[in-house]
Design a binder for this molecule. Structure first.
Ligand code: ADP
Ligand code: MG
Ligand code: MG
Length: 251
C-alpha cells in the first residue's frame, strides 16, 4: 500500500537534514505505529507524505499502490486515497461542515473518474456516519471546526476520514495532549475503519493510545531513521524502559 524507501528530506530554507533514510512499508489491512522521542522527525514524515511545502526530498522514494507520491500535488494525493489527520485541524470560517465534506467527497470522486454523489445520496451517507460517531445535525451545519471543542474536532476528523474512505490513513497524534475521551474517540474511529483494503500509519508519542488501537507493527524512529521494528510488545518495552536503550543499541 504505502512504500517508503531510503527517504531523505531536508528543510527547503535551511541546510538541515531531518529524515536520513526512512524505510517503511505499510501493507493493506495493517495498522503500523511510529513512536519516538520528540524531534526525531515523525511529524516531518507525515508532512512530506501529505505534500506540505517547505521540505525537499534529497533521496529515496514514497509510493502509494506503486504510484510515486512525491510527483503529485497535495490534492492529487488525497484523490489517490491518502488521508492525513493532523494535530490541529484547520478552522474554515464561512464554510459549513457539510458543504466542505460534500465538496471534498465529490472532488475525490471526480479525480477517481466516478460520478458526483447526488445530494440525497450524500445526505443519507453523512447522516449514517454522523450517527455512528454521535455527531449531531447542528455540528454538521456549523463552519468547519470553528468553535469546536477538542473532542468535537477529533470527532469531525474521524467523520472526514469515514466519509472519504481513504486507502491509506496517516494520523499524527503526537504531543497533542489527547485526553482519555479523545483517545477513545480516535481509537474507536480507527478500529471501526480497519478493513482488508486499508492501511494505517499512527504516529504517537504515547504508548497508551496503542492500548486502544492494537497495532500490527510498531516502529521506533530516532534522529530521522527507523531504528527498530517489532510487534505491539515494542510499545510496551518503550513505555517501561524509554528510548535510551534503543538509541544506545543503534549508536
Ligand atoms: P517529531 O514529530 O518527531 O517531534 P519533527 O518532525 O516535528 O519531530 O521535527 C524533527 C526535527 O526537525 C526537529 O529537530 C525540528 O526542530 C526540526 N524541524 C522540523 N520542521 C522544521 C522547520 N520548519 N524549521 C526548523 N526546524 C524544523
Ligand atoms: Mg514534536
Ligand atoms: Mg510531531
Amino acid at each position: 500500500m504505502l512504500e517508503i524507501k531510503n527517504l531523505h528530506v531536508k528543510l527547503e530554507e535551511e541546510d538541515k537534514q531531518i529524515l536520513k533514510g526512512v524505510d517503511l512499508t505499510v501493507e493493506a489491512g495493517k495498522v503500523h505505529a511510529i513512536m519516538g522521542p520528540n524531534g526525531s522527525g515523525k511529524s516531518t514524515l507525515s508532512y512530506v507524505l501529505s505534500g506540505r511545502d517547505g521540505y525537499e526530498v534529497t533521496d529515496g522514494s514514497a509510493t502509494l499502490e506503486g504510484v510515486d507520491l512525491m510527483e503529485m500535488e497535495a490534492e492529487e494525493r488525497a484523490a489517490a486515497g491518502l488521508f492525513l489527520a493532523f494535530q490541529y485541524p484547520v478552522e474554515i470560517p464561512g464554510v459549513g461542515n457539510m458543504t466542505f465534506l460534500r465538496t471534498a467527497v465529490n472532488a475525490q470522486r471526480k479525480a477517481r473518474g466516478q460520478e458526483e454523489m447526488s445530494s440525497t445520496e450524500f445526505l443519507k451517507l453523512i447522516r449514517e456516519k454522523a450517527k455512528d460517531l454521535k455527531i449531531d445535525a447542528d455540528m454538521l451545519k456549523r463552519p468547519v471546526n470553528v468553535g469546536f471543542s477538542g473532542g468535537e474536532k477529533k470527532r469531525n476528523e474521524i467523520l472526514q476520514m469515514a466519509m472519504l474512505e481513504p486507502k491509506m490513513c496517516i494520523l499524527d497524534e503526537t504531543d497533542s495532549g489527547l485526553d482519555v475521551d479523545a483517545m477513545k474517540l480516535v481509537s474507536e474511529g480507527v478500529n471501526a475503519l480497519r478493513e482488508a483494503g486499508r492501511g494505517f500509519l499512527v504516529i504517537t508519542h504515547y504508548q497508551r493510545l496503542l492500548d486502544h488501537i492494537k497495532p500490527d507493527v510498531v516502529h521506533i524512529m530516532s534522529d530521522g531513521r527507523i531504528i527498530k521494528t517489532g510487534g505491539p510488545e515494542l510499545a510496551l518495552e518503550v513505555e517501561k524502559n524509554g528510548y535510551a536503550d534503543l538509541k544506545a543499541e543503534n549508536a
